[in-house]
Design a binder for this molecule. Structure first.
Ligand SMILES: [Zn+2]
Length: 356
């Protein structure tokens, strides 16, 4: 894309974002998002010829039994006290969801597993999932689509296999890749993109991609070029979920300050006036390790128990020197590996919020 056009878009986009306080763009609920999507879809259909209509089972619903989608119909076929004023209850919405709606899930980790399960059980049938990771044994407590035999295999592939075997009619397409490996044409095919990522860099990349997909005619945003991004994230017992309509609502880059900062301790504190057990551990890790080279030129490996033991011993010495308590082996490991405990329930709650 020409650079000048992109910067023009960015400018417009940020103009919109700055004025956000004057708008009341509330789409953070299932039915209104749905309304938005189906009206966008209608426009798309008018504009494009429908040669590449995406029908899951060639139009008819295979594998459906009586009452299978009753729980979804309750949302789509009747209004409720909290539905968006523009929401039109319709039987077509379910049809759209089952046959046309193509959704992309980014990340098949803690949130990703929850999302895939929720989507598949709610009637989304054309799901793609992108994840660049393989399964580690430490994932198994909460990433419930994986079993011990799957350790070492790509998360996207195992998750897709699990859902496809378990949910009749659902077709999850896995991509064992980085989001950056795909171009605009890949992302453009989706109606919604849902993110369960653990990195701000990846979120910003995704955000940039969706903003670059927007098109403007005479300065007016073409709504059919908007792909809603639903972003979720968890950290320990905290988490968030929100809907971003690129070009209409504040995006990831507009709201970077909402993300928790990466915890780093000032070097002067670590070097000369430690107060916390973490300061002692950082002292051993950053300053003593490279100086004393206890294992030759080997870099500190957070998964090597001997390395952690060495850092733990040095940290205890330093803690004793400054009368600091609380240095434990576990904490040492946590600080060295930058571990924030992942909590299964947080993932579940956030996944449901993403969904609603
Ligand atoms: Zn923005």
């Amino acid at each position: 894309m020409p650079r000048s056009r992109k910067s023009q878009w960015t400018k417009k986009h940020h103009f919109i974002a700055v004025n956000l306080s004057q708008f009341d763009v509330n789409v953070a609920c299932f039915d209104s998002l749905f309304f938005f999507l189906s009206s966008r879809e209608k426009k798309r259909r008018r504009i494009e010829d429908l040669t590449e209509k995406m029908a899951v089972d060639g139009g008819h619903m295979e594998g459906d039994w009586d009452g299978r989608w009753n729980h979804v119909k309750k949302f789509l076929e009747r209004p409720g006290p909290f539905t968006h004023p523009d929401f039109e209850p319709s039987t077509e919405s379910l049809q759209f969801l089952l046959e046309t709606c193509k959704i992309l899930v980014i990340g098949a980790g803690g949130l990703g597993c929850e999302l895939l399960k929720n989507l598949a059980l709610s009637g989304f049938r054309l799901i793609h999932v992108v994840d660049m990771d393989t399964i580690d044994v430490s994932n198994l407590n909460r990433q419930f689509l994986f079993r011990p035999k799957d350790v070492g295999r790509p998360k996207a592939e195992v998750a897709a296999d699990f859902i496809n075997n378990r949910i009749p009619g659902c077709k999850v397409v896995p991509h064992f890749k980085k989001i950056q490996d795909f171009d605009e044409s890949f992302y453009r095919q989706f109606h919604i993109i849902v993110c369960g990522l653990d990195s701000i860099i990846a979120r910003r990349w995704m955000n940039g991609m969706l903003i670059s997909l927007l098109s403007y005619e005479d300065g007016v945003l073409d709504p059919s070029s908007i792909i809603p991004l639903i972003d979720g994230g968890t950290e320990g017992f905290k988490g968030n979920a929100r809907v971003i309509l690129p070009g209409m609502t504040a995006c990831i880059d507009c709201t970077l300050e909402l993300y928790p900062p990466q915890i780093n301790f000032p070097m002067c504190t670590i070097a000369s006036m430690p107060r916390l057990p973490e300061h002692c551990i950082e002292y051993a890790r950053i300053l003593q390790w490279p100086k004393e080279k206890p294992f030759g030129e080997t870099c500190l490996d957070g998964d090597n128990p001997e390395h952690i033991q060495w850092v733990f011993d040095r940290s205890q010495e330093r803690a004793a020197e400054f009368n600091i308590t609380g240095v434990t082996y576990r904490l040492t490991q946590g600080v060295v590996k930058r571990i924030i405990p992942a909590v299964a329930s947080t993932n579940a709650v956030i996944a449901v919020h993403i969904f609603l």
